[in-house]
Design a protein around this ligand. Structure first.
Ligand SMILES: Cc1ncc(COP(=O)(O)O)c(C=O)c1O
Length: 398
């Protein structure tokens, strides 16, 4: 078996997924129009209409009211606004210094919380997860119950970007609310593949982004319940109810809404299709490499349908990634790489994996363009790639 292929196989949809053709068409059309949606003249009013229609479309997709949708530049900004803004808003005379979150969040949450600790005197409580990556509502209850009056905000992601664990968000929101604490969830990974209903979830804040569901990069939203009033991170022209200043990107907003609506229209069938492809991928990988370990919850309701995440004992994930890349297969280690030095995934470490297992892991994430051909391509080359990565690791070259 040789590691050669001419058809590129893209299995990194959790990093970013191709724009949907209807979103590209909507964006291209809108780029030809002039107008700042805050301007009062006809061109401005036209742009405003596009923004408000898009807001309504997104609100409908995500079970929210249009007035609850605050546009941002993406998931990172929405997470920063939620965590910092809600924390600051809760320093209204009372010393609510605690933030409760999990040890498996995306860095947009993790690092916002750490910054609040280091620069603002906050105290983080990091909820542990099980070896499947799941957060237990009882753990949240115990964390808040120690001193409910000191907890400013709780943030727990809807679905994990590395191992695909789908958290019991509405149960967690209910626990936070029992103690009167606002609850935020990062639904960036969930939004493309699961029915994300803001109202039904009970959350006070919910983060989504365009480029994980077939829209453009650089646009997202924080959905905010009435009554949740974060202190702004960006100050300026007072757009978005003064919560997020900055001229709105009409073409990107329109394309985001078109992509989200397209996604929602096919969600149930697409989730089923992706789960079947993912199950096939898992079967083929475990057949080719019997000592590989599937990380995260078992395939089923607790796992994103498009997620497969493995540890390959004796391999460096980065080496394996590059070997697969050379074979035309794009995937990810899912972990951060700082200055060329591979860091073991904080998610796998939090799930109890040791350093070696965490470093030898790889994520394959499927999305709307994924096919059986992609899955079979991995099945065909994974054994040889793992053998080579193991030889490289043994000779110190991994
Ligand atoms: C769970 C999660 N949150 C937040 C983000 C950041 O979103 P954006 O790339 O739109 O800033 C990502 C992106 O990888 C993510 O997976």
């Amino acid at each position: 078996m040789t590691l050669h292929s001419t058809d590129p196989v893209y299995l990194d949809h959790a990093a970013t997924t191709p724009m949907r053709p209807e979103a590209i068409a909507a964006m291209a059309e809108e780029l030809g129009h002039l107008g700042n949606p805050s301007s009062l003249h006809a061109a401005g009013r036209r742009a405003r209409r596009v923004v408000e229609e898009s807001r309504e479309q997104l609100a409908e997709v995500f079970g929210a009211r249009p007035s609850e949708v605050i546009f941002t530049s993406g998931g990172t900004e929405a997470d920063n606004l939620a965590v910092k803004g809600l924390y600051w808003a809760r320093q209204d005379g009372a010393a609510r210094r605690r933030l409760v979150t999990t040890s498996v969040e995306h860095h947009a949450i993790l690092d916002s919380v750490r910054w609040l600790e280091e620069a603002q005197g906050a105290e983080a409580i990091w909820l542990a997860v099980g070896d499947d990556g799941m957060v237990r509502p009882a753990a949240l209850r115990a964390a808040i119950a120690q001193a409910p009056e000191q907890v400013a905000v709780v943030s727990v992601m809807w679905a994990n970007n590395e191992v695909g664990a789908v958290q019991p968000v509405s149960e967690l929101a209910a626990v936070a609310h029992e103690y009167g604490v606002p609850f935020h969830t990062d639904a960036v990974q969930a939004a493309a593949q699961l029915p994300v209903d803001f109202a039904a979830s009970g959350a006070d804040g919910l983060t989504v982004t365009g480029h994980k569901l077939g829209g453009p990069v650089g646009v997202g939203a924080l959905i905010l319940a009435r009554g949740a009033a974060p202190v702004p991170v960006l100050h300026g022209g007072g757009q978005e109810r003064d919560i997020r200043s900055g001229t709105l990107d009409t073409p990107a907003i329109r394309a985001f809404a078109v992509a989200a609506a397209a996604c929602a229209g096919q969600r149930a069938e697409e989730a089923e299709r992706l789960a079947a492809l993912r199950d096939d991928l898992v079967r083929q990988v475990l057949a080719a490499v019997p000592d590989a370990v599937l990380n995260g919850p078992p395939p089923g309701p607790d796992r994103l349908p498009g997620n497969a995440h493995f540890s390959f004992p004796g391999c460096e994930g980065d080496a394996l990634l590059m070997l697969l890349d050379a074979a035309g297969i794009a995937c990810s280690t899912g972990s951060a790489c700082t200055a060329g030095v591979a860091e073991p995934s904080h998610v796998l470490l939090a799930m109890g994996a040791d350093d070696l297992r965490a470093r030898g892991s790889l994520r394959f994430s499927l999305g709307h363009t994924s096919t059986k051909h992609d899955v079979d391509a991995v099945g065909l080359v994974i054994r040889e790639a793992v053998d080579r990565a193991r030889r490289a690791a043994r000779s110190g070259g991994g």
